[in-house]
Ligand binder design. Sequence first.
Ligand code: HAM
Length: 409
Amino acid sequence: MIPRAPKGTDDVLPPESERWRSVLRAFDGIAERFGYGLVITPLFEATELFARGVGADTEVVEKQMYTFDDKGGRSVTLRPEATASVIRAYLQSGTQGVFKGAYSGPMFRYEQPQAGRRRQFHQVGVEYIGEPSPLADVEVIEVGFRLLEAVGISDAAVLLNSIGDPADREAYRVLLAEYLSDRAEELSPEARRRIDANPLRVLDSKADAAVVAGAPVPADHLSSAAAEHIAAVREGLDGIGIPHRGEPRLVRGLDYYNRTVFEYESASYQAAQASLGGGGRYDPLAAMLGGPEVPAVGLAMGVDRIVLAMPPIDTPPALDVFVVVAEEERRSTAISLVRALRAAGLRVDLDLGGKSMKAQFRMADRRRAGAVAVVGAEWDSGQVTMRDLRSGTESLVEGQEVASWIAGH
Ligand code: HAM
């Protein structure tokens, strides 16, 4: 039997991969325009990084990590997300002050797979490190919104909440735990178990929605500094016309957040409890990893989900021209022509296997070429026959004019 890709993972092949390419390219362009430099960190890290950074009693760390001992007996984990790694890299490199980084790559979580929920999935994200201003939160939220807009998801809106600072959260946690204890017999066993350890996680438990509906919410228990911060974020988003709405029960599943948390929603992606992207401010993370206090805010967008949600894209031909060799003795001429066209920046290919003319034309179709250039007897007078594969029209074109003929079609 031929081996299959592991459960919850995907092969992405053409032409589907063109949708991926358009998302990744749009992200690259936006990240560059907003001044985020490319960051590449390892796909695996010491397990401790995630246990400390993401939080030992989060769903991600408790249940979803791909953790194993390497041959040297070190516990390593395939990264379930990249924020902890980026902050680690910032601290490890001794960088100080403002640092804006962008990343793109696979993340790994042992999930129950379904459409848009994969065990290997691809995130693009940005981290704005070293800046406490709420304007940084606004900018990061804008990056995600512009990405969705750029790929044609035009109805995206931001769900926004503040979970306050650690001290606010501690006071709120006590209140919430009291509320939940009073209703313990109405809660699921999982929620009951969490009352003491991490009651905030009950807030996004679907099984406990009825009890949660009446629970106190973090936004009603903010310090004045945290309240001012989220008000400034809202005002900033209004100022640039990014639609947002308060979602008092949005707490997010990772432990490093404080103040602003957000996710993106769109009618084009309505899977249960699943968002196209999300992020927030995470001022506590650097210190959780043993570093100094470093304010930071960031986001990650789920490319698998964006690809599912985006409208069909108008896929242009994958090749500008497919060069057909009419007679075997013309092959070296054809290869020279291909080389010259590629050097001129065109996307060009040919058959290297000596196929018949008919088979080469079929190949041109399958490879989704926009045009075919036939190198045959007409080359004796320096010409090729160009066929526009969409209209079917043919014309004789000078060898040197092929690039400009294509540009004009
Ligand atoms: P997250 O909410 O865990 O945040 O993931 C961000 C996005 O990744 C989700 O909104 C979703 O689109 C996508 N995603 C997550 N899990 C899966 C999965 N199993 N299959 C497909 N897509 C998935 C973070 O990862 C934080 N690091 C975001 C952040 C950056 N916060 C601050 N900076």
